[in-house]
Design a protein around this ligand. Structure first.
Ligand SMILES: Nc1ncnc2c1ncn2[C@@H]1O[C@H](COP(=O)(O)OP(=O)(O)OP(=O)(O)O)[C@@H](O)[C@H]1O
Length: 511
């Protein structure tokens, strides 16, 4: 069993702040007791959508109950993901054996980061949503340090990881993922909710490969919404501007009214990224990315089919009112687009989803077909491994270690007991030139690089002595900076693993 103090320390590190934009209107909360009374929502009318009506919330009862559990009621497993202000860990309830994804948030940290409203909104909104394509909140609890939200576990990881691992998602797979995302978006928009952060990192896969939309902290509700939020939480959503730079719609940059159409733009970017491996408006800085978005400066690779180009083109319409799905034809028009030919919309969740690509070098899972249930079996077995391990950062390291392929040459560079967490051949950028180096992160922790064309002894250490003296600044999915008090070094990872580097380093901090 992992110690709680260890498991919570990582929460105080932001993992994606550089690309995530948040300009909330600054309401601070009087309390971090966001899971408690005062968030009473009156009962609602039923709503349309294939997931059925949100539950009625009479008399303050949350559908996902506030339990009196403690963290000791759970066996902790692997880290499933690290968010800007949370860590999500796979847990098993000791008495029932049920497995959940437990989102753990440090109360002090979310208060300091002004994220209380974000957490509260997510809790209240998720409680009212019922759709197979939306991550389900099951229960919450808290202790004096932390808030805990238990979700159904999406063992297949992020759609982002599938894109990274496959390089590009085959069009038939992208079609299926798109159909499932569209069904969930139709439901969300139908109940008057704008997600505002649709992107491959927030689209999670179940063990059998079906998509679920996650991360409802940035939502905004439209006037006719059927979602109930307490007055304070409503005001917090009206004067805010949130999202992720690469997927943000041009009208958002022009400070126009937020509409459901913003999510359709992000959906177009997501399809482009699935099919090409990269987002459509990449740029070395946010400013250049925004310039490209506003100019709709987009280039389609030769291998894109005509149908996919046409669909992306129509989702990335500069006019939000003409965007496919938002225009007069609404969702039916979007679903009838020729790209979706062959999709049987009526029973997507019963169909076999695309096969999940597992992490390279994952010997325990390799060769196993996710759809045969083995992934789930392995996930359960993870608890045994987790208990034997000494810290959450080790677990995070285990997850990240297999991101890139390792070469026995680098082992010569290690000290006894030291092992590689992440290694990749990437470009070290200088002012006018660049050179290819092997960047290596180890569990000591140590971050160094070597020039493979030169002697192995000639390693340059970027970080070793002071474990907390490092920040990884991600500029976009391929560019990042390693910042220590001594120097700043810039890198370009063509495999788009910038976020993996950040996650891997942060997984080693403060334990
Ligand atoms: N139910 C789940 N099952 C599996 N993994 C999950 C689940 N929920 C979240 N994760 C993983 O944890 C990561 C962080 O979760 P989440 O996005 O909810 O956190 P956050 O702190 O709100 O982050 P951010 O706002 O920066 O995206 C996700 O990107 C995902 O990889």
């Amino acid at each position: 069993m992992l110690s709680l103090s260890l498991s919570l320390s990582l929460v105080s590190h932001t993992s994606r702040p550089q690309i995530k934009m948040t300009l909330v209107n600054g309401c601070r909360e009087e309390s971090t007791n966001v899971f408690e009374a005062g968030l009473r929502a009156p009962s609602r009318r039923s709503v349309s959508g294939s997931g059925g009506a949100p539950p009625r919330m009479s008399n303050l009862n949350f559908r996902a109950p506030q339990e009196n559990f403690t963290i000791d009621d759970f066996e902790l497993g692997q880290v499933l993901g690290v968010g800007s202000f949370s860590k999500v860990v796979k847990v098993k309830k000791k008495d029932t054996g049920h497995v959940y994804a437990l989102k753990i948030m440090d109360k002090d940290f979310i208060t300091k980061q002004d994220k209380v409203a974000h957490v509260k909104r997510e809790r209240i909104v998720l409680d009212q949503l019922t759709h197979p394509g939306i991550i389900q909140l099951l229960f919450t609890f808290q202790d004096s340090h932390c808030l805990y939200m238990a979700f159904e576990a999406c063992e297949g990881g992020e759609l982002f990881d599938q894109i990274s691992r496959k390089g590009r998602v085959p069009e038939s797979d992208a079609r299926f993922y798109m159909a499932e995302i569209i069904e969930a978006m139709e439901y969300m928009h139908g109940v008057g909710l704008i997600h505002r952060d649709i992107k491959p990192e927030n689209l999670l896969l179940t063990a059998d490969g079906h998509v679920k939309v996650a991360d409802f902290g940035s939502i905004k509700i439209i006037e006719s919404t059927q979602i109930k939020l307490p007055p304070l939480a409503i005001s917090e959503t009206t004067a805010s501007f949130e999202g992720t730079a690469a997927y943000v719609a041009p009208e958002v940059l022009n400070a126009s009214r937020t509409t459901t159409s913003n999510d359709l733009w992000a959906l177009g970017c997501t399809l482009y990224q699935m099919l090409s491996g990269v987002s459509p408006f990449q740029g070395p800085s946010e400013w250049l990315m925004f310039k490209r978005i506003k100019a709709r400066d987009i280039k389609f690779p030769d291998y894109f089919s005509d149908e996919s180009i046409d669909l992306i083109d129509k989702l990335l319409d500069l006019d939000p009112e003409r965007r496919l799905g938002a225009g007069p034809g609404g969702y039916p028009a979007l679903k009838m687009h020729p790209f979706f030919k062959g999709i049987a919309w009526e029973n997507l969740r019963e169909q076999t989803a695309p096969k999940i690509a597992l992490e390279a070098n994952d010997s325990t899972r390799e060769g196993k077909n996710s759809s045969d249930g083995n992934l789930h079996q392995n996930a359960i077995q993870d608890f045994g491994n987790a208990s034997a391990s000494s810290s959450v950062s080790d677990l995070c390291a285990i997850k990240l270690a297999s991101v890139d392929s390792f070469d026995s040459r680098w082992k010569e560079l290690l000290e006894p007991g030291e092992s590689i967490i992440l290694a990749s051949k990437i470009k070290k950028l200088r002012l006018l030139t660049s050179k290819k180096v092997q960047l290596i992160l180890t569990n000591r922790p140590r971050l160094f690089y070597v020039d493979p064309s030169k002697s192995m002894e000639n390693m340059k250490i970027l970080w070793s002595d002071n474990p907390n003296d490092i920040t990884i600044q991600v500029l976009n999915s391929s560019h990042f900076k390693v910042c220590t008090s001594m120097k700043v070094s810039s890198f370009e990872d063509k495999k788009q693993l910038a976020w993996h580097w950040k996650k891997a380093v942060e997984g080693l901090l403060f334990h």
